[in-house]
Design a protein around this ligand. Structure first.
Ligand code: EPU
Length: 319
């Protein structure tokens, strides 16, 4: 499918906004790691002055598209990506023995890790291998089995839903937990500050390399996917292990497949899967986990314009 001709969003952004920020018609499959998703109007936000106008339009925020399943018909709302003005990282000053790092939400998390490792600043290396922009990682409190991004952050800059003015929130005031920043859906992250202690760069590099190697050995990184599909229901019950024990690895519907490498990944090996194929596999997994083990698996990936039953209680689902 190719993107259809430009279809102007409604309400139409003003000429001022369009003169400062690029608008294009895209196919969201090209902007998501799952390689699934229909057309949308994409606006690159380059200028903070335009936030209030933009926030009054129906919109959705897109980061790296690494944790996202989009429906095949695309979305009618304006899809907004933060541009170069938010793709920034500055280091210093040092306060109480820790270096303050200020980073914009569009900055790539892998780049942040590379910079802090080289500078000998500890913390972000624990997220090595997590595909995300800083903003996307903050929103879902992305992490590995050992740490979350919000463990290393002192404050975040956000625009809360229903408001148009950015504000800084101290980390202590965020009710963050496993895979959630604790703020309401629709919150926009503009950036954050981290306070990082010094450490030998060689030690940090060794940790980052070890984490990436462990991921490469246990996850289907060569195939399009949206990462882990489900949250782990309990620390002692990883979703991937449960799906493995249920014998579901390798199950295929249409072009989508439950990875044979890691049970919590649904892959799109031939780049031919529809969102409906993935949704059907999600239903199979959730109903089987419920019927066989009494476990409610909850979706970790963000879903846009997908069937709402993906989030319903599994007792109400039919595979
Ligand atoms: N396991 C199986 N079979 C499988 C998959 C896993 O038996 O098919 C077992 C493993 O052998 C291991 C246990 O389950 O004993 C846990 O597996 P793993 O170490 O892969 O960790 P995980 O809990 O499945 C979590 C995060 C990942 C993150 C890894 C490594 C969640 C939902 N997933 O996976 O994050 O990369 O730890 O830090 O918390 C993501 O969020 O998208 C993601 C992939």
């Amino acid at each position: 499918m190719t993107p259809s001709a430009a279809r102007l969003p409604s309400p139409m952004p003003t000429p001022d906004l369009l003169s400062r920020n690029r608008l294009e018609r895209v196919r969201l499959a090209d902007l998501t790691t799952m390689r699934i998703g229909g057309p949308a109007d994409l606006l690159w936000l380059e200028d903070r002055r335009d936030l209030p106008e933009l926030l009054e339009q129906p919109h959705r925020w897109l980061g790296k598209g690494a944790n996202l399943l989009v429906g095949d018909d695309g979305v009618p709302e304006l899809v907004v990506k933060l541009g170069a003005a938010f793709d920034t990282c500055t280091m210093g000053p040092v306060t109480d023995g820790k270096t303050v790092v200020r980073v914009g939400a569009a900055f790539d998390l892998a780049k942040l890790i590379s910079l802090t490792v080289k500078a000998g600043l500890a913390g972000p290396e624990g997220l090595a291998g997590v595909p995300a922009t800083v903003g996307g990682a903050l929103r879902m409190n992305a992490g590995t089995s050992t740490t979350w991004i919000l463990n290393h952050v002192t404050r975040v800059e956000v625009v809360m839903p229903g408001t148009t003015t950015p504000q800084w929130i101290e980390r202590a005031d965020l009710p963050a937990a496993y895979r959630t920043c604790g703020l309401p859906a629709g919150v926009l992250f503009l950036g954050c500050e981290l306070a990082l202690a010094a450490e030998d760069p060689a030690v940090l590099q060794a940790t980052a390399t070890r984490l990436k190697q462990a991921k490469a050995a246990s996850q289907p990184l060569a195939q399009p996917s949206a990462g882990c599909v489900f949250k782990n229901p309990r620390p002692d019950l990883p979703a991937g292990k449960l799906i493995d024990e249920l014998g579901l690895k390798g199950t295929r519907i249409g072009g989508a497949e439950i990875s044979t490498i890691h049970g919590n990944f649904i892959i799109n090996p031939g780049r031919s899967a529809f969102a409906g194929d993935v949704a059907a596999l999600v239903r199979v997994i959730r109903t089987t986990a419920w019927k066989e083990r009494g476990v409610e698996l909850k979706i970790e990936v963000e879903t846009w314009a997908c069937p709402s039953d993906l989030h319903a209680h599994p007792k109400d689902l039919t595979p």
